[in-house]
Design a protein around this ligand. Structure first.
Ligand SMILES: *Cc1c(COP(=O)(O)O)cnc(C)c1O
Length: 238
């Protein structure tokens, strides 16, 4: 597993380099996106010092969490949320990044065991306005955020976005700048958000330049994923 620990070290160096280059003073958390990766691979990354992991598919994640119960891992749910999966998500994750409607937030709050403390929430925002992509639009964001802030077992922490793929660094920055503007707008309204979850393997430097506090990186750490159908019934790893 030398390669895995080398990849993690390289990404950390690239994060630091981007912070220096763009004078980005914020702390940047690396979330290792481990969808389709086995529990053994996650354990190796954990042994190399990585403690924050992101998962997209509920059934796949629950199995790996059970195998890794002895590890002090912070589990982030970053995939699309079906309303019939809110209960296991609320029980077994520390963070959820992909909340884009009130009904899902209410179900997560209802299902969160209070003794686990509030579930950390990021609202997913759709800045590319593509109908195929999930995420709340900028217009509905403030009302959604104010409503979610009222829910007892959730803590609203920030925004998440997955922009449409861009060709140039400047185009990437333009998209992330729009997310940052929404984030600043919500904070100007008193929301007290501290998390901007933007940036993946191909665009995390641009995201850091625009204020990312958490980057979600899979491929650059674990290598290319074997393609799986995005469904809980077809999530066998390579
Ligand atoms: C898969 C995924 C990532 C990681 O993407 P890479 O390009 O492999 O780094 C990040 N965020 C979300 C929401 C994902 O689904």
């Amino acid at each position: 597993m030398t390669t895995l620990s080398e990849n993690l070290a390289t990404i950390q160096q690239q994060i630091t380099a981007a912070q220096t280059r763009f004078q980005a003073a914020q702390t940047v958390t690396l979330c290792a996106v481990s969808k389709t990766q086995s529990a053994e691979v996650i354990r190796a990354a954990y042994a190399a010092g990585q403690t924050v992991f992101g998962e997209n598919y509920v059934q796949e994640a629950l199995q790996k969490q059970a195998d890794l119960e002895d590890c002090a891992i912070a589990w982030h749910f970053i995939g699309p949320i079906q309303s019939n999966k809110t209960q296991p998500i609320a029980r077994h994750f520390d963070w959820v990044h992909s909340v884009d409607r009130l009904k899902i937030a209410q179900r997560l709050s209802d299902a969160r065991p209070p003794e686990r403390g509030p579930l950390n929430i990021c609202l997913q925002v759709n800045i590319s306005e593509e109908q195929s992509k999930s995420g709340a639009s900028g217009d509905e964001l403030l009302e959604l955020a104010l409503n979610i802030k009222q829910l007892p077992n959730l803590q609203l922490r920030g925004l998440m976005a997955i922009p449409a793929p861009c060709h140039t660094f400047e185009e990437q920055r333009d998209q992330f700048r729009q997310v940052r503007a929404l984030f600043d707008h919500l904070n100007a309204q008193g929301l007290q958000l501290d998390t901007l979850s933007i940036g993946m393997s191909n665009d995390f430097a641009a995201a850091i330049a625009e204020g990312a506090t958490l980057v979600r990186i899979g491929t650059a750490i674990f290598g290319a994923r074997v393609r799986v159908t995005p469904s809980d019934s077809a999530t066998k790893g390579p």
